[in-house]
Design a protein. Structure first.
Length: 308
């Protein structure tokens, strides 16, 4: 078995306007670079999915508002920095479809694990709110899909994006089937993510770290992620894979190097192997320096490939 890459070209029509950091080039550079592994990877497109799975995470009303928000031309703003254009609809639904395809592929043993190279990202999106470039919470839809369709009872979401995934935390705050773990710069956007936010069932672990956090400091703190995973013994691991903790990223102030994303992925997958036969799916969140993003995703996917 190998690693699946779930992607499609609709992301390129999600136009966020000139100068917006969450832009189409982010995903095209990742895909161009991953082509060097072409023969080792299985490339798949997102499937069309039943909207009932989207509506477990988001309210009917919110889904309807979003579906009607895509303009016929020009731009429309869902919040100060979340922009949609005519092509955003397909991209947004394909981002959700990608995690569903990835999960089906892992469970049906088409591949061992998978990375979804898609946009828009999702972890800031709450049940009824778009924010921070995020429209639907892709990873949350994935976790709820595992619970609803496959009857899983223990899903871990590991969010290593430099920003706190307020949306994911909000959606699962009182859901004992989902463990949400986030490492992030704090205090920082979006404001949430203190270590006092623990979830109703102690199912949230926030690891706030200061601006300037180095590779060594980060990987030391990551031991707490692994400790919590060992206690929880997940049946499936989802990664909210943001690469904006990289030292070259313009949107935050961590100092990680590209190789650190290999190390953290490898350490996590060693546990995935013990508890859930390595079953894991990763989906792109942030990462705004194109070269750092290209290198870091290569490192992340290399670690996924090693665990086949
Ligand atoms: Zn981020």
């Amino acid at each position: 078995m190998t690693t699946g890459i779930i992607t499609t070209n609709t992301f390129s029509n999600h136009n966020t306007g000139l100068g917006h950091p969450e832009r189409a080039d982010r995903v095209s550079v990742i895909i161009d670079n991953l082509k060097k592994f072409e023969k080792k990877l299985i490339w798949r497109k997102p499937v069309a999915f039943d909207k009932k799975f989207l509506k477990i995470t988001h309210s009917n009303k919110y889904v309807e508002i979003i579906e009607n928000s895509f303009p016929k031309k020009g731009f429309s703003y869902l919040d100060g920095d979340t922009v949609v254009s005519p092509g955003s609809k397909e991209a947004t639904f394909d981002a959700v479809g990608s995690i569903i395809s990835a999960i089906d592929g892992v469970i049906n043993k088409n591949f061992k694990n998978a990375f979804c190279a898609v946009r828009p990202p999702g972890h800031h999106s709450e049940q009824e709110k778009a924010m921070g470039f995020c429209i639907f919470n892709n990873v949350a839809v994935g976790a709820n899909y595992l619970i609803s369709k496959y009857k899983y009872k223990k899903i871990a979401i590991i969010d290593f994006d430099v920003h706190h995934g307020n949306g994911t935390q909000d959606i699962f705050y009182d859901n004992e089937k989902v463990l949400y773990i986030s490492t992030h710069q704090y205090p920082y956007y979006p404001g949430s993510g203190s270590d006092k936010e623990k979830g109703k069932y102690n199912n949230i672990l926030n690891i706030p770290l200061p601006a300037g956090t180095t590779s060594e400091e980060y990987l030391n703190a990551y031991e707490f992620v692994l400790k919590k995973l060992k206690e929880f013994k997940p049946q499936f691991i989802l990664f909210s894979a943001g690469f904006d903790a990289h030292k070259d990223d313009p949107l935050a102030q961590f100092q990680l190097k590209s190789k650190d994303f290999y190390d953290l992925t490898k350490r996590t997958l060693s546990l995935a192997k013990l508890y859930c036969d390595g079953k894991s799916v990763s989906i792109l969140e942030g990462g705004y320096d194109l070269i750092a993003l290209q290198e870091s995703t290569e490192m992340h996917v290399s670690a996924l490939l090693e665990f086949n």
